[in-house]
Design a protein around this ligand. Structure first.
Ligand SMILES: [Zn+2]
Length: 331
């Protein structure tokens, strides 16, 4: 009922006065996987059809879709038009195969933020390992949680996966303790990386595309705030050097892994600046104003890359009306 009333308010345009008061100059949107169909999107990410819907709606609302390279000049300009920057994190292969054709159709630029180890095939992508186990098995005994999940149907698989994921997300340092369990369950991270992330050839093709900019996303995709200062700085610097060497182009932008306030703060922002990045993006609510350009190292960003996003949610997040979604979000 509450949803229906909100939908009705949206249809009647009642959100708009609030949006006008709340919104800044624009918004940075975050997406991850862009699946061909809805099955995997029920676990994580969104679909190509939903991305198409998002971009269609943004065009209908007369929002400018701009590249990250144009972000700081736009903030400093007196151009009053509302803008959105599309970002996709982690370097999923489906960004190349499924998202790029949709971006092309809408002439929408995007920033794809890539951790080194996704490309070198040794990323400890625990979230994908967890999802695979929940999908493939009818019973998952999650030793690190001391829990057994009966996962005989899709709903139980999704619920179990979300619960385990939330358990790790409550403290990302916990993920390190799961490595031995994944090994014991026969998970091959090299195979997972091969199957799910872009390799060098695809990343180069993506980087050469006029709509795509490649950004940094650390070496190992761990929570940076949990690392000692030297290791944290190396995560940012080494990833930048790796991507610039591979792509033979400057890498000026980055997004912090996970990106919440428990995973990145002033220490990480200072490191991103010293590393030579022009911008660094977090995952948090916030208004983009002209003065944001003076210190663009903990930029706010909103999650738009989840299955089931509708016009109402989208209108809310691009206009600064937060809290329409309660779920797990992280870069
Ligand atoms: Zn990420």
């Amino acid at each position: 009922m509450k949803g229906k009333l909100a939908d009705l308010a949206f249809e009647l345009g009642l959100f708009k006065p609030f949006a006008f008061l709340a919104r800044g100059r624009g918004a940075i949107l975050m997406l991850h996987e862009v699946h061909a169909g809805p099955n995997l999107a029920r676990f994580d990410g969104t679909t190509a059809a939903e991305l198409d819907h998002i971009l269609t709606a943004l065009r209908r609302w007369d929002v400018d879709l701009i590249a990250m390279d144009d972000f700081l000049p736009r903030l400093r300009s007196d151009n009053p038009r509302h803008f959105v920057v599309i970002t996709l994190d982690d370097g999923y292969r489906d960004n190349f195969t499924n998202a790029l054709p949709v971006l092309e159709r809408h002439k929408a630029p995007a920033l794809i933020n890539v951790p080194t180890q996704a490309v070198t095939r040794d990323l400890y992508c625990w979230w994908l390992a967890l999802r695979t186990l929940f999908i493939e098995r009818d019973r998952v005994q999650v030793e690190p949680m001391g829990r057994t999940f009966d996962t005989g149907n899709p709903e139980a698989k999704i619920a179990g996966y979300r619960e385990a994921q939330r358990w790790i997300a409550a403290d990302f340092a916990r993920a390190a303790d799961w490595h031995a369990w994944f090994d014991a369950e026969g998970v091959s991270f090299a195979d997972l990386c091969d199957r799910i992330f872009m390799g060098e050839r695809e990343l180069k093709a993506c980087a050469a595309h006029p709509l795509i900019t490649i950004g940094g996303h650390s070496t190992t995709h761990r929570s940076l705030a949990s690392l000692p200062e030297d290791a944290m700085r190396a995560e940012l610097a080494d990833n930048k050097t790796f991507l610039e060497g591979l792509l033979q182009t400057p890498v000026d932008h980055m997004a912090y892994p996970f990106g919440g306030s428990a995973q990145c703060g002033p220490r990480e922002a200072a490191a991103a600046r010293t590393c030579g990045y022009k911008t660094a993006i977090a995952v948090r609510h916030g208004k983009l104003a002209a003065q944001t350009a003076d210190d663009p190292y903990l930029l706010p960003r909103e999650d738009a890359g989840y299955h089931g996003i509708g016009d109402r949610q989208l209108y809310g997040i691009v206009n600064g009306l937060y809290g329409l979604r309660t779920g797990l979000a992280g870069g």
